[in-house]
Design a protein around this ligand. Structure first.
Ligand code: 6R9
Length: 649
């Protein structure tokens, strides 16, 4: 970053107040902010009390050895018991935990009682394979019910799981298995994606050929395709089906490892983010209750993420189950067999709360408004967004076309490292602004600081930090305490550095501006890619935009934009359109933010979790050969973009 703080260009005046009846019956009211501020530890202790503990804690927070936090010291609990058994014991065994929808149209319903039986059998199976408390289990699976069952079975016996997203390569899987020294890999023959079986087992075979720590590979049959039988392989149906349905869960220490989840990162070895038991479940459950206003008796909740990402861990598995929610879980892609599949699922299960990512919302904008219009979405009452800054125009589209202007949209900022939501509106409290994550949640002390670590005034921009430990924070990077300190706690003294830029508007509300590595420096001004992208997306003909700073002899960096037109938009080729968009950005943000160059492209390069990979676009804009493309969803996208290149210099 340069000398100046991040520019603060975008002005947004739209406000959306909570619907009156939602506000009246909201799970959490404005009083929570004051209560948490007065005594954050007492506030979190009260939220931990929403869970069942087998042994009470002695101390809420031990911060005597920063940055290594311990929450609920001395307490013991079992995460699987909290997510499953206690709902059955409370007489809610017949309540649906998951309405599972397979991509080919098959479906399964799992009640909490079903889940208790399945998780107990799976826990017994793991024990039979010699997996013990403290061991690590790698999970590489499609979005089928056995995935949360496997995670809960690990949690039940105190083995830490490491879920690796099913789209990762054999080498990525091998590196993660090796780093965690996993004893067992749980996988499937494959899953369904884009209308056909997509194999997983061959990738596992390749990975475990070089991982001596692995004693067994447990394989679920999903697609029925042929798989090679290795001598460590065991079929799930052979082993798990014959197990006892009884397994008595024991309490584990509040700081016992629950899971490791690797963040890909743009450089270097992936970081194994470690989450532990008590604090993690407390914050995952409370935020799910508060931010979605979940009413477990009546709501049907759906998070469209893949469980391979942290969003799926906290908001498909642990948060919703701890709260006794009824969830939808969907196996496949949004456009199979047609582009209305998600809306069809919402109509079918009468989903009331829907949580997705800006990338998906912009894709739906691109496909056209008429697609969601063909389905009954009237059951919806709260909408959520996560993963990237949501452009104000995408927010308004989501609210209007999906939420019928009745549903509050909660833009939730958090990270794999934070474990659960940190900054978000509350749907019954906040007058939300499109594009803003608004305020740190009750109990969270986040701020925006300048390069010296001093808080910026309202209206200023800088770096997002967290100033006080929070229950679901990462405890370390697996096997590398020093890297944990260096990455997160060394940039600013005594503060957690998230790596994101942010600004506070004149009301003190927070706007996230993307990763600080992506900020552009144009003629001495720091300009956020997010703001220029949002200005482009506010043009009626633009569905998606990605902006990068390319080296420029005159201005240091110049803004280069890649745009995808909205479905059906006419006149989106040629210099006239580029000039129109340049003028539009200049009008919205000022002439300094005017892109030097605009390229109309059919697709953008995204990571497998849907975040735009600006690094690759920078390579294109600077006519360099492409860097590492292994985390890209679809590498042919870069060829499509390269075809447009004549315009690029
Ligand atoms: C949950 C998740 C974390 C990074 C984070 C930030 C970006 C996530 C956001 C957001 C703006 C939001 N991010 N939510 N940016 N507004 N509501 O996505 O975790 O995969 O670890 O990514 O995603 O840049 O630092 P993870």
């Amino acid at each position: 970053m340069g000398q100046e703080t991040l520019s603060n260009l975008l002005r947004e005046t739209r406000r959306f107040a909570p619907p009156a009846d939602l506000a009246e019956h909201a799970n959490v009211t404005a009083a929570a902010y004051a209560e948490a501020e007065a005594n954050p530890e007492a506030f979190w202790a009260a939220q931990a009390d929403r869970l069942a503990w087998t042994k009470p804690w002695d101390t809420v927070l031990d911060w005597s050895n920063p940055p290594f936090a311990k929450w609920f010291v001395g307490g013991e609990l079992n995460v699987a018991y909290n997510c499953v058994d206690r709902h059955v014991e409370a007489g809610r065994g017949d309540k649906v935990a998951y309405h599972w929808e397979g991509e080919p149209g098959d479906s399964r319903t799992l009640t909490y009682a079903d889940l208790q039986r399945e998780v107990s059998k799976a826990a017994n199976a793991l024990l039979e394979l010699g997996v013990a408390k403290g061991d690590r289990v790698a999970i590489y699976m499609p979005m089928i019910p056995e995935l949360p069952i496997a995670m809960l079975a690990c949690a039940r016996i105190g083995a830490a799981h490491s879920v690796v997203f099913g789209g990762f390569s054999a080498e990525a899987l091998r590196a993660r298995i090796d780093d965690a020294q996993a004893k067992l890999v749980i996988t499937a023959d494959g899953g369904y994606r884009r209308g056909k079986p997509s194999a997983l087992k061959p990738t596992v075979d390749e990975a475990v050929a070089q991982t001596p720590s692995v004693e067994n590979v447990l394989v679920v049959r999903r697609t029925g395709e042929d798989v090679a039988a290795g001598d460590r392989d065991v079929w799930w149906h052979d082993l798990v089906d014959r197990q006892s349905e009884q397994h008595v869960p024991e309490g584990h220490d509040a700081e016992h490892p629950l899971y490791i989840l690797y963040t890909s990162g743009t450089t270097g070895k992936p970081k194994g983010i470690l989450h532990t038991t008590g604090g993690y479940l407390t914050q995952a459950a409370w935020t799910h209750h508060a931010v979605f206003d979940l009413k477990p008796e009546t709501d049907v909740y759906w998070c469209s993420a893949d469980i391979g990402w942290v969003t799926g861990h906290s908001y498909i598995v642990y948060g919703p189950l701890a709260n006794g929610a009824t969830s939808v879980m969907y196996e496949g892609t949004p456009d199979t067999p047609h582009r209305g599949r998600w809306w069809e699922v919402i109509e079918k299960y009468k989903v009331t709360i829907f949580y997705t990512a800006p990338t998906a919302i912009r894709t739906c904008m691109k496909w056209g408004d008429d697609i969601p219009a063909g389905f009954d979405l009237s059951s919806l009452r709260v909408l959520g967004s996560v993963g990237e800054p949501i452009n104000p125009e995408a927010y308004v589209w989501y609210r209007h076309h999906i939420g019928k202007d009745l549903c509050p949209v909660v833009d939730t900022w958090w990270q794999t490292e934070t474990g659960a939501m940190m900054i978000s509106p509350l749907p019954g409290v906040t007058d939300a602004k499109p594009g803003a994550a608004m305020r740190p949640l009750p109990g969270i002390d986040a701020d925006v600081v300048d390069e010296h670590g001093n808080p910026v005034p309202d209206g200023g921009g800088g770096y997002l930090v967290v100033k006080r430990p929070w229950p679901s924070m990462l405890r370390t990077i697996w096997g590398d305490d020093q890297r944990y300190i260096d990455t997160y706690w060394s940039r600013f003294d005594g503060m957690y550095f998230a790596g994101d830029g942010a600004k506070k508007d004149d009301d003190g509300d927070f706007w996230l501006l993307g990763r600080v590595d992506d900020v552009m420096l144009v003629s001495g001004h720091n300009i956020s890619t997010t703001e220029v992208e949002s200005a482009l997306v506010s043009h009626p003909k633009v569905a998606e935009a990605a902006v990068v700073g390319a080296t420029d002899p005159v201005t240091g960096q110049a803004i280069v934009a890649f745009v995808i037109p909205r479905g059906g938009a006419a006149g989106v080729e040629g210099e006239d359109f580029a000039a129109e968009l340049r003028g539009h950005v200049a009008k919205a943000l000022g002439p300094i933010a005017k892109p030097r160059q605009i390229m109309v492209v059919p697709e953008l390069p995204k990571t497998r979790s849907g975040k735009i990979m600006r690094r690759l676009l920078r390579d294109v804009a600077e006519n360099r050969s492409l860097g590492d493309v292994t985390t890209l969803t679809d590498s042919s996208v870069m060829d499509l973009i390269a075809d447009k290149l004549p315009a690029a210099k």
